[in-house]
Design a protein around this ligand. Sequence first.
Ligand code: SAM
Length: 412
Amino acid sequence: MASPPTAGTDGQSLEEHIQEIMRASSKHDIERLEKCIKEYSFPECKAVDVQEPTTGHSPLHASIASCKPAVNGSGTEQEQEHETTDVEASGVDTVRFLLENGAIWNQVDDNNETPGCLAYRLGLTSLYQLMVDAGVRAEMLLSRLEEYEKLDDDEGDDADNGMGTASPQAEPEEQDESLAVSTAQAQAQAQDVSSSVYLSSALALSSDKLLDEQQNGVMMAWEGGIMQRSADALLSEPGMQILNIGFGMGIIDSCIQNHVNKPASHHIVEAHPAVLTEMRDKGWMNKANVVVHSGKWQDILPQLVAEGEVFDAIYFDTFAESYADFRDFFSEQVIGLLNERGKWSFFNGMGADRQISYDVYQRVVEMDLFESGFDVEWEDVTLPDLDHEWEGVRRKYWNVHSYRLPVCKFMD
Ligand SMILES: C[S@@+](CC[C@H](N)C(=O)[O-])C[C@H]1O[C@@H](n2cnc3c(N)ncnc32)[C@H](O)[C@@H]1O
């Protein structure tokens, strides 16, 4: 939140203004909120974005928190449920009103929760859904703005920016540092490494993980189940031509090699010199049906298209690249490489450090895939308990319970 001035203009202190806004929010008093928005215009901070000093709650948090289902009620269970539903309905109106008046969807409180995280934790489904919708709108708007900016910028600039730059604020230059959690931004912070830095950094490979120089998890063995299911989803019959982008620990490539539906040919694109050395040491360059392409997919894939290579299945899982890179991959490259009845998939880890980001990204990706001419089906994969997996890893990048495995095809 931008710091508001210390005194109001009507004799009331700013703290009193904030208290009034928070009270109106928790009571779902839209009339009073309307008045607050009109009257308390802080030059640097909108009334809808104030934060309560002891909890860091925004008006959105307050509106949601007061919908919390009562634990000790006197009525029957049914009556309690009914009460909760009524409160939630008035919460929905208030949250909608705040969002329409510019409230920031992903402002975090002192508990590191966005309003959506709070709604999720409290099991308030309709409020959670409203916050997901708000996140999707903000992310889509931002990604469109970025496209316009890109058009204005020098066309050949391929500088990497981590896993995306999206933020819910409409204008990137107006971003406030304390509101830094958005889906794509969370990823950027999670990795905190650009593609060019990553590709020239030393790597450490152990039996259960591949780390970069800053101990970011590039790949971890717990993802093995996801890789197996992804290979199963793609290899529907023997004798297919498959392309995998990003070798990492070679988990999915081993699943492909050992699959009951053995592929006729198996191409792998890998850009990191240390990973390529490991591949060489482990004999991947000499396997009968394997072709390894050393270099970035951005350079290799256009060559494969020019050579007329076509695949029945493609898997995409790179590291330290932006969402814009990924979008370039599926909007520009897949069309030239995938057989018209082929299938492709990708590692769906965007926003996976909190449920709301994961859900927002799923919708954003779905829309972008649709725009590029793909249908996507999602399969749920239950994950094991990951609590003990993160020792020695800089940041826990996975914080959602189940994995949604995408299978994409050209639209009919
Ligand atoms: C997350 S790992 C892949 C893990 C793999 N799916 C597995 O099952 O072990 C990502 C890999 O992509 C590679 N990579 C990153 N950027 C790349 C790029 N632009 N082109 C090709 N490979 C890239 C990384 O070096 C790394 O080996």
